[in-house]
Design a protein around this ligand. Structure first.
Ligand SMILES: NC(=O)c1ccc[n+]([C@@H]2O[C@H](COP(=O)([O-])OP(=O)(O)OC[C@H]3O[C@@H](n4cnc5c(N)ncnc54)[C@H](O)[C@@H]3O)[C@@H](O)[C@H]2O)c1
Length: 260
């Protein structure tokens, strides 16, 4: 099982203060990696790093600003000497506010600003971080970029699982589909420079969703349930490690069978 060992690897995870990052980082640390937790919410990553203690550093990064991304890369490289793996995990997942005006609840009236924000964080943010990663990895002799995508980048929502009168907005899946293209683009362009790029494509991960939602969601999956947070760390370790060294340009789907 040595191929899964991450001792000696430095891994930068964006969106390090978020829900899934906690599970990702715990698994990466268990496999032996040193981890940099990057997020716009600096206090939250500092608190998480303090809790995890060894082999973790917090760093401020706003993925909507290339300068901020580059500064964060420089700080992590100063701390750990290099970055071997970058995990593009930061994103926003827009939801309809039932109290907002009705005309923003449907596709045909979806506000331009909401679309622009998703594109800036989810799509362009992943692009900015990947640019910094490729630049560093070309200098250091190689590396590995993993982008966290969604089943909604592969297939469209069943709107009937969402509360009546609301929709899952279009921007989330659009930007996640773009990340999947970016993954293949980087894989194709830099494969022979020893840089791999893969995407981890997740289904809805259970986080105290109400029973009615879980029941409706589960009917569209093969396993009859949402994805468990405990199921996402090991696939990330696989993609980050030598165990997947023959894989690039791949979309690894962990969605309880939703998209199939
Ligand atoms: N939770 C799920 O069910 C699920 C399912 C499929 C895919 N995903 C994907 O997994 C990833 C993590 O999701 P999550 O549920 O942990 O989300 P989350 O909202 O808990 O975490 C996202 C993190 O990104 C950070 N962030 C937002 N804007 C930023 C910016 N401009 N610069 C830097 N950081 C910024 C936030 O501060 C937050 O800590 C996302 O890419 C999401 O699309 C999540």
């Amino acid at each position: 099982m040595n191929a899964f060992d991450l001792h000696g690897k430095v891994i930068l995870v964006t969106g390090g203060a978020g829900f899934l990052a906690e599970h990702f980082v715990t698994s990466l640390l268990e496999a032996g990696a040193k981890v940099a937790l990057a997020d716009i919410a600096l206090k939250a990553v500092q608190a998480r790093a303090q809790k995890l203690r060894e082999n973790v550093v917090p760093v401020h990064m706003d993925v909507t600003k290339q300068d901020s991304v580059d500064e964060a890369f420089a700080a992590v490289i100063k701390e750990f000497g290099r970055i071997d793996v970058v995990v593009n995990n930061a994103a926003i997942d827009p939801k309809f506010d039932p109290n907002s005006s009705a005309n923003t609840k449907v596709f045909e009236n979806y506000p331009e600003e909401a679309m622009e924000q998703s594109v800036d964080v989810n799509m362009l943010g992943t692009w900015r971080v990947s640019k910094a990663a490729v630049k560093h990895m070309l200098e250091s002799g190689g590396g590995n970029i993993i982008s966290i995508s969604s089943m909604y980048g592969l297939s469209v929502p069943h709107q009937d699982i969402y509360p009546e009168g609301t929709q899952k907005p279009v921007d989330y899946g659009m930007t996640k589909a773009a990340i999947q293209y970016l993954t293949k683009y980087i894989a194709g362009t830099y494969g022979q420079k020893n840089i791999r790029a893969n995407a981890l494509v997740l289904g809805g991960v259970f986080k105290n969703h109400d029973d009615a939602f879980v029941e409706k969601y589960a009917k569209y999956t093969m396993l009859g349930r949402m994805t468990d947070p405990a199921e996402i760390g090991a696939p990330l370790v696989f993609l980050a490690s030598e165990a997947s060294k023959g894989m690039t340009g791949h979309l690894l789907v962990v969605d309880a069978g939703w998209s199939a």
